[in-house]
Ligand binder design. Structure first.
Ligand code: BMA
Length: 829
């Protein structure tokens, strides 16, 4: 029987080029891992994410150095070559440009982080105990810069050569991530010892077929077999298993391709969360020697039965972009996903479950794996399959003109063919997308002139990639890019297909979201600092002011601090302290995204989805994320949970000084509820009210214009409107900006009760309290609260649940800086 022998132990790493900064000799190396994390572990550099030891600049030499990973072949490993006809050395991922050898005997090389590699090591291992297995990495900069020299420079959003090497683009730095250009064995490596034949590739194609009024799920397994020299003439049997049924096919001597079809009558359909269940069916395949019955290889995956398509039939308003699963339109509530760590080899499977769980907790049903990152590991897609999260997968191209010449063209094709086959069985995978912002960049960012006729990736996005998808994953939709509009329209025309709305953050106020009538928004976002504990962890000393050097180190966006300040000022004025800045900037992000999502969702089904930029971070950044680098939720997360809820009430401007309440019902049941609308003074007194009964259709929306006595404030600085419907959270409308609102001094009474590691914090309001938040991470970095941004009227109370605060500290939960509300930072009017 075949043997899979993991090679995780016994590795060392050494610098292979002369550099003053490089350590002498060998250091212990982690596999999977990368040079940076090995150097941190050895104490040679500080963790660039921690704020100690000079940060990313102090590590810049690492990406300009050649490195060799090595390990001695062990006796039992060499012996595998005696007991098997073939022993392959299999790398699930090499980052990036490497030559692999055993005892000086070259096995092959890698030039692409997005591929796996298999080398025949039989000869080199035979009698090879003690020989050095070496993986010699060339500096990624040297390779990419040579390639640039050879193929000609091309424009890019960042002054780094990332489009000249098939490596995660954001590794060269991004507007939310550090420049830490890694080398290393970033995914597992093993020896695979086998005889006769093995399953070289299994490509499952799951479809639902109707026949004589009956539904059947069909899985076609397209199998490629590799044989050893001795196995060439062996007849083989392939047996597929699905739901207790078996199907076998004979593979004659010498043949290396076969298709096995397995069937499942009346399958239960897979749905995104909120629309139905996520039944998964195990599909197994065995390869056996047909004469002896000896099993040679096995394969297993969990698949699901569902259809997915895009409705893009032009209508009077332009070109929709509606994702349909099993024929039903889905209101997409999504997040953009970036690599969850600037060193992706550090991401353990549990991290995916936790982070995707946070997206789900906020109500999301889709994640877009953004093109500046990677094809994620199997764990990512497995969690999405099990929990009903649709995946929009970009091919790894972002914000640059990419050369289409060799050797890059072949690398792109090889990586796409492998990536598509690897991921095609996941029912969560809904869409392939050619790139991030490259169609837009070519059109608007002055690339055409700079390119002077050079290739820029068009042939990939409009030719190679759709061809690969059509051949290897024919049931799944493909779009050339994000943003995208059909020919004849500007790629980022909001009336046609998915759009990115960035002028709002970059140049305008967040209220400008309300000027948009998009069909689908695949990116839009607003920045805020990370949690206090995150910031303090990364800036160990000194003030946490927006312009403090330690804080600016974590702000990678062009003029990010200026944009944050300009975004804040119209709403909150200038904060009185660093503490207030931190809190108000977070609240402002939450307000911005609530306005954006609320406004776009109110246009359902015309606007069929929003994908927030961005769910996560790869280090303790000031960024657009809802969850910060170490995984702490920012206040915006709670705002999004409200905006993405199944049933929502949004108050939106409705012409002139008018207001409308828009009820959103993202469930399969009609929602009939009285809607109570009240204009009140900030002291709570009811100034005008009305109640209407509204029936909102299943998966529908309804709009109620507010009567004038509710929308005409007598004193805009001292009044607000509330809208309430059964089963939805209360919505608030303030007539004036916070900076001009005559908020009362906050008056409240706090009671805490600690039981085990859990504390209940009940805040009883004596005055209006605007956007009450609890930040227990200020007491214990591991503590978190279950809610945030709660606005209370005098006389109301709210109980927060806090995990992880010691009883002795519980008293500190009762006031600033842990318990905050807007009216302890701003008292306008
Ligand atoms: C879009 C993304 C990213 C970027 C983000 C914020 O352009 O595609 O490239 O990080 O905006 O600027």
């Amino acid at each position: 029987m075949a043997v899979q022998w993991e090679l995780a132990e016994g590795w060392s790493v050494r610098a292979a080029s002369q550099r003053a900064e490089a350590p002498e000799g060998e250091l212990p190396a982690s596999v999977p891992g990368c040079v940076h994390t090995d150097l941190v572990a050895a104490g040679v550099i500080g963790d660039p994410t921690s704020g100690r030891g000079g940060g990313e600049e102090a590590t810049a030499w690492i990406g300009r150095t050649d490195w060799t990973y090595a390990r001695a072949v062990r006796t039992e490993e060499a012996a595998l070559a005696d007991s098997h006809e073939r022993v392959d050395l299999v790398f699930d991922g090499l980052d990036t440009v490497a030559d692999v050898s055993i005892g000086g005997h070259a096995l092959g090389g890698s030039r692409n982080m997005h591929r796996s590699y298999r080398f025949d090591a039989t000869g080199a291992l035979r009698g090879g105990a003690g020989r050095e297995l070496a993986v010699a990495f060339a500096s990624p900069y040297s390779y990419a810069e040579d390639m640039r020299e050879r193929l000609g420079a091309r424009p890019a959003a960042y002054d780094e050569p990332y489009q000249f090497i098939r490596k995660m683009a954001c590794n060269f730095g991004w507007d939310w991530g550090p420049t830490v250009v890694t080398s290393g064995i970033w995914r597992p490596v093993r020896l695979h010892a086998w005889s006769t034949a093995r399953l070289a590739q299994v490509r499952p194609e799951a479809t639902i077929e109707e026949e004589d009024g009956r539904t059947r799920g069909v899985v076609r397994l397209h199998v490629r077999i590799e044989r050893t020299g001795q196995g060439r003439d062996t007849p083989l049997t392939l047996t597929a298993r699905l739901g207790g049924r078996e199907e076998a096919v004979h593979v004659a001597a010498g043949r290396s391709h076969a298709v096995v079809e397995a069937e499942c009558p009346d399958p239960e359909l897979w749905w995104p969360r909120g629309y139905g269940g996520q039944p998964l069916y195990g599909v197994g395949l065995t390869l056996a020697d047909a004469r002896e019955g000896r099993i040679l290889d096995e394969w297993h995956r969990d698949i699901g039965f569902r259809t997915v398509d895009l409705d893009t039939r032009p209508d009077d308003d332009g070109t929709p972009f509606t994702v349909r699963v099993n024929g039903r339109p889905v209101l997409v509530k999504g997040f953009n996903w970036i690599p969850d760590d600037c060193f992706p080899s550090r991401i353990a499977p549990g991290r995916y479950a936790e982070r995707i769980g946070q997206a789900i907790g906020a109500g999301a049903n889709l994640l877009r794996v953004w093109g500046g990152g990677i094809y994620e590991s199997a764990d990512f897609y497995r969690v999405c399959d099990e929990r009903g999260v649709l995946v929009w997968q970009d091919f790894p191209f972002a914000c640059a003109a990419y050369p289409e010449e060799e050797p890059l063209a072949s690398e792109v094709e090889a990586e796409a063919r492998e990536g598509v086959v690897r991921l095609a069985h996941h029912p969560s995978l809904a869409l392939w997308c050619g790139n991030n912002e490259n169609l837009w960049g070519r059109r608007d960012w002055g690339w055409e002139e700079e390119l002077a006729g050079r290739t820029w990736g068009e042939g990939f996005y409009h030719g190679l990639l759709p061809r690969v998808v059509a051949e290897l994953d024919p049931t799944r939709p493909y779009i050339p890019g994000s943003p995208y509009a059909p020919p004849g329209h500007h790629p980022n025309d909001p009336a046609h297909g998915p759009a990115h709305i960035w002028d709002v953050w970059n140049e305008r106020d967040y209220t400008a979201y309300r000027e948009y009538r998009p069909r689908f928004v695949s990116e839009f976002g607003f920045q805020a600092p990370p949690a206090f504990a995150t910031l303090r962890g990364a800036v160990p000393d000194g003030p946490l002011a927006p312009d403090a050097p330690g804080v600016l180190r974590l702000q990678k966006a062009e003029d990010g601090a200026g944009k944050l300040a300009r975004g804040l000022a119209p709403h909150f004025g200038s904060p009185r302290s660093d503490e207030d800045w931190h809190f108000l900037a977070q609240v402002n992000q939450a307000r911005a995204m609530a306005v954006g999502v609320g406004h776009f969702r109110a246009q359902w089904p015309r606007c069929s989805g929003t994908v927030v930029w961005q769910l996560n971070d790869c280090w303790p950044s000031l960024s657009w994320s809802a969850v910060d680098g170490p995984g702490r939720r920012k206040p915006v997360w709670f705002a999004l949970r409200r905006a993405f809820a199944e049933r929502t009430v949004a108050l939106v401007p409705d012409g002139g000084s008018g207001l409308a309440a828009v009820l959103g019902n993202d469930t399969d049941r009609e929602w009939a509820s009285p809607v109570r609308l009240v204009r009140r003074s900030l002291s709570g007194a009811v100034l005008a009210e009305s109640e209407v009964r509204v029936a909102v259709a299943a998966r529908g929306a309804a709009r109620v214009a507010l009567p004038e006595e509710l929308t005409a404030a007598d004193d805009p600085a001292r009044e607000c409107v509330t809208a309430e419907a059964e089963g939805a959270e209360r919505e608030w409308w303030f007539f004036a900006e916070d900076a001009e609102t005559a908020f009362p001094d906050p008056v409240y009474d706090v009671k805490t009760r600690t039981d085990g590691g859990r504390t209940r914090v009940t805040v009883a309001a004596g005055s209006l309290l605007r956007d009450l938040c609890l930040f227990p991470d200020r007491l214990d970095p591991a503590a978190e609260a279950d809610d945030g941004l709660i606005t209370l009227l005098p006389g109301e109370s709210h109980t927060f649940t806090v995990d992880g605060v010691a009883e002795a500290d519980a008293a500190a939960l009762g006031g600033p800086p842990v318990l905050r509300c807007v009216n302890d930072a701003v008292r306008g009017g």
